[in-house]
Design a protein around this ligand. Structure first.
Ligand code: ATP
Ligand code: MG
Length: 395
């Protein structure tokens, strides 16, 4: 028996003249994800991508799981490839869908005939095949509205395909079609979700993380590296920048008013991120901020942080509740790592009473009272770079 993965295009199908570029990007990403499993042959026709294993030793469960995390497809299914001969199709339906049909109470047949040379029309295929299924499983009943099992038969150009239905795929548009952005990745719940959401919109993501040893531990850093690795099945290969932030935080503690510590720290984080972006052709920042969640995420604080940014800052979870963000974190399997209790540099030297309504003037004046420039440049120069690839990821 030979199987194939069918991926139905989502938004890509609606792209006009650019459609081809999006399809090529999608196939390139798919190819990259599936390559470690063996060779596949990719074809496309009528807003569908066909992904056929070149040999039958390939682990198809794993292939489907990987393919369902590649942004750009709305639906995915695993189908059996068969001949365009009605008797053969009937035989193969009994074999391929037999387990599901024997457990079901109701079913229907859905046929699609895009090869008009096939002698039977779709309603005929449904009626005839439905009849043969009923002969074989007399306790089954037909239910066209809400069946337990839908047997799909698609007659296409070169082959016929049999499957029992589409499941939702990753959605979105292919990573790499919307430019590059830098994700400020902490060890928390929100920022990995923010990265996933922007990758879903086609953005190629790099990640930056700030560490303050000895106030933050190696294990805290490793936790963030694990998060970075965890999002690669969705986001693709990711470059990880780790910024030594201790000296800046100590200077901040020693030279700036305590209640403005967090807000100035965030402005300095943004400055460092932007310098690294500029060196690497990355043109936007992403954070996991959500309005009102903590003192540094009030409207006033965000105004002050934004003022330090020359590039757009994408905050995809800005209007979401923690419970909504958590639901996505569970779906992408980052939640269990995120809740491991390690310290973050944001929680080092945090003021007892941070200002929730700082004015921009007082923040800028306080920041300018000390010359951070040499320390910023040193942090940029000493940033460590690592690459997390799909190859090393666990799916
Ligand atoms: P998260 O759950 O993403 O950690 P949070 O609710 O803990 O968010 P904050 O600690 O205020 O909120 O951080 C807000 C955002 O700032 C984070 O979502 C992340 O984008 C960025 N950030 C915070 N700490 C760091 C860090 N150590 N390195 C990189 N980015 C960070
Ligand atoms: Mg955090």
């Amino acid at each position: 028996m030979k199987e194939i993965i069918l991926l139905k295009e989502g938004e890509i199908a609606l792209k006009g003249l650019n459609k081809r570029n999006f399809e090529e990007a999608f196939i390139k990403n798919l190819r990259h994800r599936l390559k470690p499993l063996g060779k596949f042959i990719y074809t496309r026709s009528q807003s569908m991508i066909y992904c056929e294993p070149a040999d039958d030793t390939i682990d198809m469960d794993e292939a489907v799981s990987r393919a369902s995390k590649v942004f750009g497809a709305a639906a995915i299914c695993r189908a059996m490839i068969t001949e365009k001969d009605f008797d053969v199709i009937t035989r193969d339906v009994m074999e391929y869908c037999g387990d599901e049909l024997s457990c079901a109470r109701t079913f229907k047949v859905q046929a699609k005939r895009s090869d008009k040379r096939f002698p039977m029309r779709s309603p005929e295929i449904c009626a005839e095949l439905g009849g043969r299924i009923l002969d074989r499983y007399p306790r089954l009943e037909v239910d066209v509205k809400n069946p337990d099992v839908t047997v799909n038969v698609e007659i296409r150009d070169t082959n016929a395909y049999i499957h029992t239905g589409n499941r939702p795929a990753a959605g979105g548009i292919p990573v790499g079609t919307s430019g590059k952005a830098m994700l400020l990745l902490s060890g928390g719940i929100d920022s990995p979700v923010a990265g996933y959401m922007m990758a879903k919109r086609g953005i190629d993501i790099s990640a930056i993380h700030y560490v303050s040893p000895p106030y933050t531990s190696d294990r805290a850093r490793l936790k963030v590296e694990r998060l970075c690795e965890k999002i690669t099945p969705w986001c693709g290969d990711t470059t990880f920048y780790c910024v030594p932030f201790t000296e800046i935080q100590e200077a901040l503690r020693d030279n700036c008013p305590e209640e403005l510590f967090t807000i100035i720290m965030r402005r300095l984080m943004m400055e460092i991120a932007q310098r690294i972006c500029e060196k690497n052709d990355i043109t936007a920042l992403i954070t996991g901020e959500s309005v009102g969640q903590v003192a540094s995420q009030t409207m006033g604080a965000i105004v002050c942080t934004d003022n330090a940014c020359r590039m757009p800052v994408f905050r995809p979870v800005i209007g979401m509740d923690k419970s909504e963000i958590t639901a996505i974190a569970r779906k992408i399997d980052t939640f269990d790592i995120s809740i491991e209790p390690y310290e973050d540099c944001c929680t080092v030297f945090t003021p007892k009473h941070p200002k929730t309504r700082p004015t921009l003037e007082e923040v800028i004046a306080a920041q300018n009272s000390f010359d951070f420039e040499p320390l910023i440049q040193k942090a940029v120069d000493e940033t460590e770079v690592k690459r997390f690839t799909i190859g090393s990821a666990q799916f």
